[in-house]
Design a protein around this ligand. Structure first.
Ligand SMILES: *Cc1c(COP(=O)(O)O)cnc(C)c1O
Length: 473
């Protein structure tokens, strides 16, 4: 497909701007742009270009999208409609607090609900992504230790089953990262933890469910060990979709948690759109949360600057539209609905896993949470067909590939997260597609090495794309 620049015809225009009716102002010549290389197209050409592009894309409204650790679920359109109401969508962030009481009530109410859902005492909505929430939470932890005159705590412990953003955020926040190995049961190895923890431990970051889709078994014991050493417990709750309404990080001994509203709470993940990674904390850490906070006063809701706050972590108050959708989601589902949605997410993952186990070994028989990891190593050893080939072959069958080659601790990994929004029929279709591909691997592997055959893009050179990105025409 041609780019807009290739389709450009000199002199074509989409709109003609009327001459200004007001007096014009001349800028200093040195400030004026002399050249602007924009494609020249009629409106209709531009509309058709983007419509054609949109038809080549695959989204959650097109079909099954089991991208692990991403919670690519279908979200009720109602929530989008509510977020698009002009009073919300057009509120300017610099409007005086007394003129946007409704929007501040959204922030205040959502804070309270998220605190309730996570078992925390206070929440900030400012961070704009999960990793941004991790970074914020770690700055809060750092500030907490230092406020008590404790300057030795320079290390953050991160189990090897953590999400990749955890060590990255800890390093960004200025900590030294100490990796803690998993034990035979795929949980944190308690003996390794005891060796790693000490007076220099600022926190331990636990991803739960882990990137293997398993519930960490020894959380209470881990929390006791870390707390006894004076460290804090950080919960990566990006995948709260598996446990919301069932268990709360605050009840499990965690001091800080972040959530991904753009996974669990009705904003689609991916595509680089707006995200939100709220951070919840226990009372002792509240003073350090980003500023300003929305607080209830006699005159109504107002912004409050905290004296001990770590400061701002985003312009204004974060991505407001995402909050509206999250609040609409929580209110329409209610407590029981949230719990049912988590339970269905877990049931769906276990169902798909059990269906796949009928024709390909899924590994140990422990129940998974909202996602599971398949190793395609056996298939590769026996047929030469790799996890990548399988993922590409799924595209030909109308299914978005699962996450590939992650987590790194599993060879030839495919990570499936079906989510609660898929029906049994869809899960059956996905299992059947995988069965077909695996059979084909034993009979006609060549075709799989060159899949996808029916997609607009075949196999991009991923190495070249990563090493030598061309980001503009
Ligand atoms: C997605 C995810 C993150 C990171 O969230 P972003 O919004 O992509 O920064 C962190 N931890 C876990 C477990 C995740 O699944």
């Amino acid at each position: 497909m041609q780019t807009l620049f290739e389709k450009s015809v000199a002199g074509k225009r989409g709109v003609t701007v009327a001459p200004p009716e007001v007096e014009t102002y001349s800028f200093d010549e040195s400030l004026l742009r002399t050249e602007l290389d924009l494609p020249e197209l009629a409106e209709v050409d531009t509309v058709r270009h983007y419509t054609a592009l949109s038809k080549r894309a695959f989204g959650v409204d097109d079909g099954f999208y089991p991208l692990g650790s991403c919670t690519m679920k279908y979200n009720p359109k109602l929530n989008e409609e509510i977020a698009a109401l002009p009073g919300f969508a057009q509120a300017h962030p610099l409007t005086r607090a007394d003129k946007v009481q409704g929007s501040l009530a959204v922030i205040d109410t959502l804070n309270a609900y998220l605190a309730g859902i996570t078992g925390m005492d206070a929440v900030t909505l400012q961070p704009c992504a999960g990793a941004h929430g991790e970074y914020t939470g770690l700055l809060v932890i750092d500030r907490y230790h230092k406020s008590r005159g404790d300057f030795k705590r320079t290390k953050v412990l991160v189990p090897d089953s953590a999400h990749g953003t955890n060590p990255a955020s800890a390093a960004m926040a200025g900590f030294e990262v100490v990796s803690v190995k998993s034990d035979g049961d795929k949980g944190v190895d308690i003996e390794e933890l005891k060796k790693a923890v000490g007076e220099d431990t600022a926190a331990l970051m636990l991803t739960n469910p882990t990137t293997l889709g398993l519930f960490e078994k020894n959380i209470l014991e881990i929390a006791d060990i870390v707390h006894a050493a004076g460290g804090l417990m950080y919960y990566d709750g990006a995948n709260l979709n598996a446990v919301m309404g069932v268990v709360r990080p605050g009840d499990m001994g965690f001091d800080v948690v972040h959530l991904n509203l753009h996974k669990t709470f009705s904003t689609p993940h991916g595509g680089g759109g707006p995200g939100s990674g709220p951070v919840g904390v226990k009372r002792a850490l509240k003073p350090f949360l980003p500023t300003p906070a929305v607080v209830s006063t006699e005159k109504g809701l107002r912004y409050e600057k905290g004296k001990q706050s770590i400061g701002k972590v985003s312009a204004f108050y974060g991505n407001f539209g995402v909050y509206v959708k999250a609040l609409a989601y929580i209110v329409t589902l209610g407590g029981k609905g949230l719990r049912a949605s988590a339970e269905t997410a877990v049931l769906n993952a276990n169902y798909l896993r059990a269906r796949i186990n009928e024709f390909y070994p899924v590994g140990e028989q422990r129940y998974c949470m909202h996602e599971f990891v398949l190793s395609m190593k056996k298939l590769k050893d026996e047929t030469g067909v790799t996890a990548l080939d399988v993922a590409k072959a799924l595209i030909d069958r109308g299914i978005h590939p699962p996450t590939m080659y992650f987590p790194l601790i599993v060879e030839e990994a495919l990570m499936f997260e079906p989510t609660e929004t898929e029906s049994k029929e869809n899960l059956d279709r996905a299992a059947d597609a995988l069965r077909e591909i695996i059979q084909e691997a034993y009979t006609a592997p060549e075709k799989l090495h060159t899949s996808p055959h029916n997609a607009p893009v075949r196999r991009p050179d991923e190495v070249a794309a990563a090493r030598n990105p061309v980001l503009r025409a």
